[in-house]
Every structure is written in C-alpha cells, then in structure tokens.
Design a protein around this ligand. Structure first.
Ligand code: ATP
Length: 490
C-alpha cells in the first residue's frame, strides 16, 4: 500500500534529519510520546507563531492567555470532564489488548476517528461486538463487556499527607480560558464580541494511539474561545470556519487535501449547536480523511457550568474535595446576571455570551504540514527528497555555503551568515560537495541556499538557489538581506 509507505517515509525522514524522535528512545522509548529535534522544534515553533499571528496579533478583537496546566479540580467538575471524559473500551479475551469500541472494525482495523463518549449515556447502549475484529491479534468477537476508561491523567499536589490534593493534567486548554473570562473582562478593554486565545500542552490517556504524532498522550493545542452575543453566533461560526480553513491553505496545504465535515446531529454534544471538523487527507487509515481541527458553537454552556461550579464551592469544602461525592448545584434562575455574565453597554442588557471555539492541534497540524510538503522527484537519474514548506514554516530560511574551503570564500560566507542570522533562521555549511549540501537542505525544507564562489570576489555577487525550482540566480551580496526579506516577509 503506497500510502502507508508514505507515512513510513515521513517517519524515517523525521528521525534521520532530526525533526522528531521517539521519547526516551535510549530506554526503549515511551509509547505515543515524541520529542521534537532541532529542525522539528523550529518547525513547530513556526506553526505556533503562524497561528498566534493570524488569530491574535492580526486582529483587534482577540487577546492571548497562557494558563497553568494544573488547575483547581472543580474546573473539571464544572466542565463535565471529571464525570464524563472517557472512552468506551473493551478487552480482547485472546490477547488482552484494550481497544476503543468505536475503533473496532468488521474488517481489518485501521486508524480511527470519533469523539469521546459521555459515560452516562453510553453505558445504557448495547454494543454488538460479535463481528468485530481485534486489531492486535485478529480474533473475531472475543471481547469482554465494554467499560468506561477515563482519559484524564491524575497527579498529587502538596508535600504533606493531610494537605494532598488530587489534580488533573488538563485534557484541553479551553477551560483555562473560561476560568479567566472575568479576569480578562476586568483587566482589559475588550467588549463582546471578542476572543481569548491560548496555545499550550494538553494530556489525554488515549486508549488507541498510533500514526506517529497524529494522536499522542501529551500534545499541544491552539484554541480560541470567541465570545459573541446570542443571535450573532451563526454569523461568527461561519466567519471562523472560513478563517481557519484559509489559514491552512495560505500556509501551503493543498486544497484537494483539505475539507470540512459537518457533524451529524447525533454526534453533537448536547450543548453544542453546530460543529464542523476541518479534515486533512492523511496517508494512513482506511478513510484517509482525519480531523485536524474542530470548530464548534458551544452556546453559553461553559460559562453557565462554571457559574454552577462557583455556587458549589461550599460542597467542595464539606466533601473534603472528593469530586465523586460532589453534585453540581442547580443554576440560579437569574443565571444570565451571574458573575460570568457580560453587561452590554450599548444594548443596556446583561447576558452570558455564546462561544465559538476553533480548536486545533499544533502537533497534528505540524504532521499535516510535513506530509503535505513531502515530495520525491527524479533529478538526473537520482531521487531528490524534499520538503516544500511554505517559507514562513521552514525551520531554516537560508543556508550559506562557501563553494570550496579556500580562496577567502569561507570568510565571506561567515561574514554573510553573521550578518543575517539575527534576522532569519539560517545555517552555515562548508562540508562536502555543494550538490550534497543542496540535497541536505532540500530535505530540511530550506527555501534558499546562498553560495559564495570564485566570482564573488570579482563582482560581489553570489548564487541564490531556490528549493522548489532549483533555479539559480546571481544576486549582489549587498542585496541579499533585502532579497530574503522580500521573499520571506510576504
Ligand atoms: P479525536 O476525535 O481525534 O480524538 P477530539 O475530537 O477528541 O479528537 P478535540 O477534543 O476536539 O479532539 O481537540 C481539538 C484538537 O486537538 C483536535 O482536532 C486535534 O487536532 C487535537 N488533539 C486532540 N487529541 C489529540 C491527541 N491525542 N493527540 C494529538 N492531537 C490531539
């Protein structure tokens, strides 16, 4: 299967060139955790920056936030995660492998897609597993009863036994935004409609992992909660759908590999008015199309839930912080005037804003950018592997080479490198044949290679070779900075 080979090609290029490594590899590796190497760290940082620039810096109506990963446990009680964030799993009686029920296939199992379950409603539904195949050993219909598997990682806070508290590593960044909604309103001049954005690590004890960095247990999310007046939510939902789709296209994702998938009404969470996934055609799985980002109209659900959470704090103390014994208090009938409401000066009315949430995965989009940029072509009877990254995403923007290590060329090249390295991520290389140096930069996705050669001393020009076309131009050494600025800043 050619497509599976493609993911293998990417995994091997990522390791070979230092984009992505298995975590703790020297100890045999830690499943579904990955480390970003020198090129990968730059690439991921560029993906993050491109998102932040587009969603926060270029807009007048979005502000940023950076919340702690550990939060008060009541956050997760109010959000519903403490009681409901779980996958329905079953264990194969033959090989003891645990699999998500919604990932089981009648035929050969593949990489998956579905939402996490609501334990309460799922428990009641019967699941016929008699024709399902175990993805690990191939046994058919040999499964134990489905059961809920909680996805949040727990940890303990506090040094003394009597003040220890169970905390959760956040399974999404969004709740930190809702918990700070009041703080942001009180400390800035934002007014509805406005958004709060955050990029940060999230953790889920996923049952099924695989497919490289597509689904990992520790990952990074880029989330926006956009607060708007009820009644204007459909308009903002459509606005963000388009914005987010275009973000991927503008960073070079091929249009034929990107699509929307609207959620069916029975897939929607009970509080959501609408939800759509931006899907990418990944080179794995049976269906190919996999979620890259979800965009949801979450109504006023989250802020209302946190108002209920705040009303439940007496019980938190009475039950000594045992979340299993705490029941969220009913809503105040005047909830729309509660502490997380917004007073609209113009309309002279108070309401709980509706929320449009575009929620993207930084690692998952990094994988999509890698896959989409990957190319192989025949050049003079040899295979050229290259990553056709958009210049904004390329880990290294320019590589600088002296043609040979003599005749004053390294000195000029070094000087140029020192001159531009503070402006653009660049790389100096004087080892080996220049053709091989070009190939190495093609594999790293570097858009420009600049070579100082014998002619440089005569007329002060250098060769600039463009990655995709391999076209070479002679440009004056004094103009290099301007040239790169024009090519990279656009
Ligand atoms: P899935 O159905 O793939 O498990 P989800 O619908 O649960 O994902 P959301 O909760 O909507 O995902 O999270 C928003 C985004 O965060 C996803 O679109 C994805 O890009 C990213 N994401 C979620 N879980 C993971 C994970 N385990 N590893 C990497 N990225 C993830």
């Amino acid at each position: 299967m050619a497509k599976l080979t493609r993911l293998d090609d990417i995994v091997s290029l990522c390791k070979r060139r230092g984009f992505i490594f298995q975590s703790s590899e020297i100890y045999g590796g830690l499943a579904s955790c990955y480390d970003y190497g020198p090129l990968g760290a730059e690439l991921k940082r560029n993906v993050r920056s491109a998102w932040w620039k587009n969603v926060v810096q270029m807009r007048d109506d979005v502000v940023g936030l950076d919340c702690s990963i550990l939060m008060h446990p009541m956050v997760w009680k109010a959000s519903g995660h403490a009681d409901k964030f779980a996958d329905l799993v079953t264990v194969c009686k033959k090989c003891n492998t645990r699999t998500r029920v919604d990932h089981l296939q009648d035929g050969p199992a593949a990489v998956e897609h579905t939402e996490h379950i609501n334990i309460e409603t799922e428990k009641a539904q019967p699941h016929d597993l008699t024709k399902k195949v175990c993805p690990a050993c191939g046994a058919v219909g040999q499964f134990g009863p489905p059961m809920a598997f909680k996805l949040m990682f727990e940890t303990q806070m506090g040094a003394n036994a009597d003040d220890q508290m169970t905390l959760y590593l956040r399974p999404e960044t969004a709740q930190g935004i809702f918990a700070n909604f009041r703080n942001v309103l009180d400390s800035t001049r934002v007014k509805v409609p406005f958004g709060i954005a955050q990029i940060g690590k999230s953790f889920r004890n996923e049952v099924t992992t695989k497919a490289f960095i597509f689904r990992t247990r520790e990952f990074e999310q880029a989330e926006l909660e956009f607060f708007c007046k009820p009644g204007t939510d459909d308009e903002w939902y459509n606005h963000w759908k388009q914005q987010r789709f275009n973000w991927y296209l503008n960073l070079g994702i091929k249009k034929e590999n990107l699509r929307f998938r609207d959620h069916d009404p029975d897939e929607l969470a009970h509080y959501a008015k609408a939800c759509v996934d931006v899907e990418y055609k990944f080179p794995f799985g049976q269906g190919d199309w996999q979620e890259l980002e979800g965009i949801a109209n979450r109504t006023d659900y989250d802020l209302r839930q946190h108002q209920r959470g705040m009303r439940t704090m007496t019980e938190w103390f009475e039950k000594k912080g045992d979340l299993t014994k705490i029941t969220l208090r009913e809503e105040d009938p005047d909830y729309h005037k509660g502490p997380l409401s917004f007073f609209d000066e113009e309309a002279k009315e108070r309401y709980i804003p509706y929320v449009i949430e575009p929620s993207a995965g930084v690692d998952r989009s990094t994988l999509a950018f890698l896959v989409d940029a990957y190319d192989e072509e025949e050049v003079n009877g040899e295979t050229r592997n290259l990553l056709r990254f958009h210049p904004h995403l390329a880990p290294i923007k320019a590589a600088i080479f002296p043609l040979v290590k003599k005749d004053g060329m390294p000195e000029i090249a070094r000087k140029l490198y020192d001159d531009i390295k503070g402006k653009f991520a660049c790389f100096y290389d004087e080892k080996g044949a220049v053709g091989r140096r070009y190939r190495r930069q093609d594999e790293a996705g570097t858009p420009f290679c600049i070579t100082i050669d014998g002619q440089t001393k005569e007329d002060n020009t250098v060769t600039v070779r463009e990655r995709d076309s391999m076209k070479q131009d002679r440009i004056s050494l004094d103009q290099i900075k301007n040239y790169l600025r024009e090519q990279l800043d656009s």
